[in-house]
Each structure stands twice: as structure tokens, then as C-alpha cells.
Ligand binder design. Sequence first.
Ligand SMILES: [Zn+2]
Ligand SMILES: [Zn+2]
Length: 192
Amino acid sequence: MAINKKTKVAGKKLTHNRLADPAVPNAFGRILQNGLYECRVPVGGRRCGAQMLNAKHNIRSHISKKHRDDSAYKKNQRAGIWPCVNEDCVNEGRIYPNFHSLVGHARSVHGMKGDSKPLKQRATNLRRKMAEKERREMRDAEREAQENASDDAEYEEESLFVEQPDEPDGPSGGNFDRDPPGTGGSQPIPVA
Ligand SMILES: [Zn+2]
Ligand SMILES: [Zn+2]
């Protein structure tokens, strides 16, 4: 039956294109659909956003080059980010680059008193959940895109069975140089 065929194809594609986990498991970032790793270390209240190959060397070298000056970050490198566990703050996505800042926030904004260990535990658990959620969302988005794609391809089933050569998952050589397609410089606009 056509439906079975279709499901099979979609399943196969999904497995093939499954998003990988970051090569450095505790780095705070995620894998984009194009297979690159995106750094999400908070820098000045924003996500770093740098993209690189998902390889240990690339991620570690980026962190040490771009985030090495942030001594608080280094100190908490094992962890990376500290989300506030208060529900409103979670919804806002409020995060701190180090535990010390989070404690300051929890004490002044939420009136936390005493031992900060429970907060540390809860923030650590929350961070793990956030990272998992992000990866799951990326996978869901990917799956949805593929399901839509296979719907579109319903009348072109034949093309699905043509063995396509595997696209390289990413340049494995040293010639990775993916500049965004620029406009080639600004052309002077002729004045009429
Ligand atoms: Zn970064
Ligand atoms: Zn808070």
C-alpha cells in the first residue's frame, strides 16, 4: 500500500538525517539543521550564536578563544549556564552565566535565604532539562519538515527511490570555509 511505502520512506529519511548531539556533551549549545554546532553561551545577556563544526576541537577552541575572558564562565565551565528556577523566570528564559549571579538574583528578587545548595541542585536539573528540550524541539522541527516534504513528494514517489549519493555530513577535511553568500560588495546605484 502506498501509505506504508510512504511511512517507510519517511522513517528512513528521518534516521538518516537524525540530529546529532554536541560533540562536547556539556557545552551549552545545540546542533542546527545544517549540522553545525551553535554556541548558546550567554554573552552580555544574549546568546553567543557562533556557529562551527560539531567537533570537539572546534567547540573547545571556540570556547577558549571567545569565552576565556569571562572568568565566571570559566569557573563554571563544567556547567555553563545557570537558569533561575522560579516559574516566571523560567518562562522568561532568565539565565545567569555563573552560580554566584543566580544566587544574588534569587536572594534579591525571590527573597531566598540561607543555604544555596538546594538552588544549585534545582538549577542544575533545570539546565539539563532545558538542553534536552532544545534538542527535542530541534528534532521535532526536523521531523515535521520531513513529513511535510514527504507529503509534497507524494506524486513524485519514483524520485524517492532513486539512490542519492550520500551527501557528506560536513567537510571532514580542513577546507571548511563557508562564508555566507554576500552581495559581492555594494554596487554603485546609477543615478538617473
Ligand atoms: Zn560562543
Ligand atoms: Zn528568578
